[in-house]
Ligand binder design. Structure first.
Ligand SMILES: Cc1cc2nc3c(=O)[nH]c(=O)nc-3n(C[C@H](O)[C@H](O)[C@H](O)COP(=O)(O)OP(=O)(O)OC[C@H]3O[C@@H](n4cnc5c(N)ncnc54)[C@H](O)[C@@H]3O)c2cc1C
Length: 438
């Protein structure tokens, strides 16, 4: 083997974030890109295992969640362009965020202000009293509701696979069933080693971009970053609502979280892109990013992975422990899950829930201060690592990935490559217009 790298960019993770990063790199540069993934295809994990809502950023604190708010706003038209050109579902179901208690009405008022501050148009949001909500959604009982009219139900997995197919046509190489197990910067390149079907293999790249979702923290640590952080995993479970009850609700129904500092949300009533109605997700603590069923006991030792302090301090927090126990109850009992939604859709009965739907796992990063609110980007001269890329991460992926690439470019961290000049291959995915509006 000579000294030259095998590829310019290696992307770890073929989720919605990894493929969006690859899209921008192959748009901007005359470069070779390989994408490695544990799975045999793109979008096999969280990107296909979520609620499927393109969120408008009214519920995101403009200070604490600025990046998620801004990227969600900017990505909306990009997804709309992709859905239209690829013939993928774009169901403008809208969302009611509802208040059951007086304190939640104040939260909804605050959401209305945040939405405008985050760049939404006033016409997109309407605060109604309980009667107003009932006139629109007769099955819903609440004190008040904030109607976010432009929320859209989509299939993020299909979006991911569409961008991935486009990348393959551009010459990107897919390294499926490869788990990144080591990443070492050496000279002008990074050597990445994989375990997988074909035994141990490796590749040398000029730059590694780590967008490996549930595996991203481990890879970042391999490369010497993010050692002070730990990961906790929460499985979100859904049930399908059967007809004839299902079609009685036609808008997504959400509630503001009682403890916004934790990833526990009351399950929503969800209208899927294909029209199926579901309730979920809860947030059941599990030991690993791919524990889609059961308690994951064989992975239980992962709770002991270092650093321990951030996890131990949560275990001494009574609210956290009580909520974690309640989430497990709603995993074990369908009635318990149904009762959580009956608080605002009282006509729903457990006998209409006969099938579990696809579950997804949230990978939350904690430090000594508790849950980290935003995604974190670690940058080096041979690699960059994105961790804590959680909801509304699927919504914001096209704009967030452009911002990451722009930040790396501005700081001179990307390898010197020949630039390309070309139009957007996907309608509305125009690099300059995204990065200039952040
Ligand atoms: C229950 C739930 C509901 C959600 N609902 C919404 C919603 O309605 N709207 C919204 O905008 N967002 C939502 N989200 C968040 C959104 O789904 C995620 O932010 C987004 O999918 C993250 O994409 P990703 O590409 O980072 O991760 P992933 O899709 O998980 O991709 C990471 C990839 O990395 C691969 N990988 C991991 N480790 C390695 C390794 N060592 N080597 C090689 N490959 C590796 C995995 O196989 C995976 O394919 C939800 C999330 C959850 C859990």
């Amino acid at each position: 083997m000579g000294d030259s790298p095998d590829v310019d960019f290696l992307i770890a993770g073929a989720g919605i974030l990894g493929v969006s990063l690859a899209y921008w790199l192959t748009t901007l540069y005359d470069c070779s890109v390989a994408i490695a993934d544990l799975a045999g295809t793109a979008g096999a994990h969280t990107s296909s295992r979520n609620t499927g809502v393109i969120h408008r950023p009214y519920y995101l604190d403009p200070q604490k969640k600025r990046v998620f708010a801004r990227t969600s706003l900017l990505s909306y038209r990009m997804w709309e362009g992709l859905a239209a050109s690829a013939g993928l579902p774009w169901r403008r179901a809208g969302t009611f965020n509802i208040a059951l208690e007086e304190s939640e009405v104040r939260t909804l008022e605050e959401y209305g202000r945040w939405g405008i501050e985050n760049g939404m148009d006033e016409s997109e949001l309407e605060l109604m009293d309980g009667k107003g909500v009932k006139a629109r959604e007769p099955e819903v009982s609440c004190r008040a509701g904030l109607h976010s009219k432009s929320d859209v139900s989509v299939d993020f997995g299909a979006f991911t696979r569409h961008v991935w197919t486009l990348l393959l046509a551009r010459g990107a190489k897919f390294l499926g069933r490869r788990k990144v197990v080591a990443a070492t910067a050496e000279g002008g390149k990074t050597e990445v080693r994989f375990s997988g079907d074909g035994g141990m293999t490796s590749i040398r790249c000029r730059f590694l971009l780590n967008a490996a979702g549930g595996g991203a923290l481990a890879i970042a640590k391999m490369a010497g970053f993010a050692r002070e952080y730990a990961m906790l995993n929460f499985r979100g479970e859904y049930w399908v609502v059967d007809e004839p009850y299902a079609s009685r609700v036609s808008t997504n129904i959400y509630r503001p979280p009682r403890f916004p500092q934790y990833p526990f949300l009351d399950p929503h009533f969800v209208v899927r892109a294909d029209g199926e109605r579901q309730i979920g997700p809860n947030a059941v603590i599990v030991p690993g990013p791919y524990v889609y069923s059961g308690a994951g006991l064989p992975n239980a030792l992962s709770y002991l992975e270092r650093p321990l302090l951030p996890k131990v301090s949560l275990l001494t927090d009574r609210d956290f422990v009580a909520m974690a126990a309640a989430e497990w109850r709603s995993s074990l009992s369908k009635d318990a899950m149904c009762n959580r939604v009956r608080k605002f859709v009282p006509g729903l009965v457990a006998s209409t829930l006969n099938r579990r739907a696809v579950f997804g796992v949230r990978c939350s990063i904690v430090d000594r201060g508790g849950f980290v609110p935003e995604a974190l980007l670690f940058k080096g001269d041979r690699s960059a690592h994105i961790i804590n890329y959680n909801s509304p991460g699927a919504t914001g992926a096209p704009a967030y990935s452009a911002l990451v690439v722009e930040e790396l470019r501005r700081e001179g961290l990307l390898p010197a490559l020949k630039e390309r000049r070309g139009g957007a291959a996907i309608s509305g995915w125009d690099y300059e217009s995204v990065v200039s509006r952040f």
